[in-house]
Write a protein that binds this ligand. Structure first.
Ligand SMILES: [Zn+2]
Length: 193
């Protein structure tokens, strides 16, 4: 069970490692950006200059556009209020001063939200690939160790599963762990004392 989990994680890690290397090669000179759009939080993942970057530039741009739009709306109303007689002017049930102060409040609120300070983080492709290769490397090392150990046990007539000495055992099963002993294995036939 634990070994299976180890294998699955190693495989996933290997995929990440290979994907990072491919990304690295593919974006050595070009830029690849993927937008992550969440309402109120827009992030971007990009790959260039040998690094993977994560930044919230889309959100910063959106907020800036919104502030500019609100400021323009406020300026337009202010222009109107200069040009017309404020007391007589009515639009959508509100007087111009009311609309103006609402527009000013909306702009101030947008500035206060002034959300999204520009955030940018990056990590080198080689660092991601390096970290992602640790688990697969350990998996290979563990597989080699298992193979060598099995070879040694087979050569010395021991149970391949637990290492129990099967000299003279003819039952076809390891008395220690119950593993089946193959008849062709030297262990089964080496009881010639
Ligand atoms: Zn055994």
């Amino acid at each position: 069970m634990l070994r299976r989990l180890f294998t699955v994680l190693s495989a996933a890690s290997l995929v990440l490692c290979v994907a990072t290397c491919v990304l690295w090669a593919a974006t050595h000179r070009t830029t690849l950006a993927v937008g992550l759009l969440e309402p109120g939080e827009r992030w971007r993942v990009a790959s260039y200059d040998g690094r993977v970057w994560v930044d919230n530039q889309p959100q910063v741009d959106t907020d800036r556009d919104e502030r500019e739009r609100l400021l323009e709306a406020f300026k337009a109303l202010e222009w109107q209020s200069r040009a017309r007689d404020e007391l007589d002017e009515r639009d959508d049930g509100r007087t111009l001063p009311q609309r103006k102060s609402a527009a000013a409040a909306a702009y101030r609120a947008a500035r206060r939200r002034a959300t999204s300070p520009s955030t940018r983080q990056s990590v080198r492709h080689v660092a991601v690939a390096g970290c992602a290769s640790i688990l697969p490397a350990l998996w290979v090392a563990a597989a080699v160790v298992r193979r060598v150990r099995r070879g040694r046990r087979r050569a010395s007539g021991r149970c391949l599963a637990c290492g129990y000495d099967l000299t003279g055992n003819a039952s076809g099963a390891c008395p220690e762990c119950g593993a089946r002993v193959r008849a062709s294995s030297p262990a089964a036939g080496s009881g010639s004392a």
